[in-house]
Write a protein of this length. Structure first.
Length: 313
């Protein structure tokens, strides 16, 4: 872990790095063939093998090729003459793909619109986020905009009760846009700081879902033309490159400004992080590293790289 020493210097960053390390242990285990390439002198067919290993780890073909080209250039430019310097150069190349989240002031009435296909972890992520914001002293309301799936409202209610935040819902089958509108009215009247809107992952068909999301956004804009301030797509990291196709569709409707990547603690290969940065230039806001309320971490590139490459890199 020599390359990531800095992460282990303060107690706080160490705790964070450990969480990533534990969560990403399966991804790191699947990167054995990638790690094995970093010897000096470079093994035969190094770049082809690197591209193959990156594709296997879910970076997608374009990103694999561009990372490999960037490494080739960096090796030519830099004074690489041992395996340690080679690894450092690779980590730098990966690090350069990072897209930071803008750090503008948080609006007084911060509306989060959370979208994604069914089962990716939207409702769970909202519960975890509500907990973090609430713990940080913000007043939080969650709004049950998924009125389609049986039990969706109840699931969100359980999270709200656990977290101790405000909750707004109407009965199953209600028009989701009207739930959102009335929920926002209620949140305003209560002086709530942070609103998290849960949405359906599936309606009768995909076109219905996109139309409904579009309608919800228009309703939200009646409260504040800048809202929803946070338009985040939840992606299940275990779906790999399929997630990229989902992102494209949702991006067209909601103009995403954040991604939450869930289930990184599972069998996810994890390379999707780099293709998200490359293809969409959208920041990853949080990563889900487990099912409990505390298993959501703000995205940190170095902790991610250290966890993804594994301890022995
Ligand atoms: N291991 C793991 N499981 C997660 C994570 N996030 C969510 N899950 C699980 O994924 C499953 C689906 O989560 P939900 O939050 O219901 O997903 P959703 O996107 O709201 O699903 P729909 O409402 O059906 O569209 C649940 O069993 C969650 O516990 C994570 O980061 N890690
Ligand atoms: Mg849900």
């Amino acid at each position: 872990m020599g390359l990531f020493k800095r992460l282990f210097q303060t107690k706080k960053s160490q705790l964070k790095a450990r969480k990533y390390q534990i969560g990403l242990s399966q991804s790191a285990a699947s990167n054995t063939s990638l790690r094995a390439l970093f010897t000096w002198p470079l093994p035969d067919a190094f770049y082809e093998s690197l591209e193959e290993a990156l594709i296997l780890s879910d970076t997608g073909i374009q990103t694999a090729l561009s990372l490999s080209n960037a490494l080739q250039t960096a090796i030519k430019k830099g004074r690489v003459h041992d395996a340690e310097r080679l690894k450092e150069t690779f980590v730098d190349v990966m690090r350069q793909r990072y897209i930071p989240a803008e750090t503008s002031e948080r609006p007084a009435f911060n509306v989060h619109f959370i979208v994604g296909v069914n089962g990716v972890g939207k409702t769970t992520t909202i519960g975890k986020l509500a907990h973090q914001f609430h713990t940080n002293g913000q007043s939080v309301m969650v709004i049950a905009g998924d009125t389609f799936r049986a039990g969706a409202t109840e699931q969100l209610k359980i999270w709200a009760d656990r977290v101790g935040c405000a909750f707004y819902a109407k009965k199953e089958g209600s028009d989701p846009s009207s739930v959102v509108y009335e929920g926002l009215e209620k949140a305003k009247s209560l002086g709530i700081d942070t609103v998290l809107i849960d949405t359906a992952g599936r309606l009768h068909n995909k076109q219905n879902l996109m139309q409904e999301l579009d309608k919800m956004v228009r309703v939200i804009k009646r409260f504040d033309p800048d809202a929803p301030h946070q338009r985040w797509l939840v992606l299940d990291a275990t779906t790999g490159q399929n997630g990229m196709a989902q992102a494209k569709v949702f991006h067209e409707v909601t103009d995403l400004n954040g991604i939450v990547l869930t289930k990184l603690d599972g069998t996810a290969k994890g390379g999707i992080v780099f293709s998200i940065f490359d293809e969409f230039a959208i920041p990853i806001r949080y990563v889900g590293l487990g099912e409990t309320v505390d298993d959501l971490e703000p995205f940190d590139m170095d902790s991610y790289l250290a966890g993804w490459l594994g301890e022995s890199f």
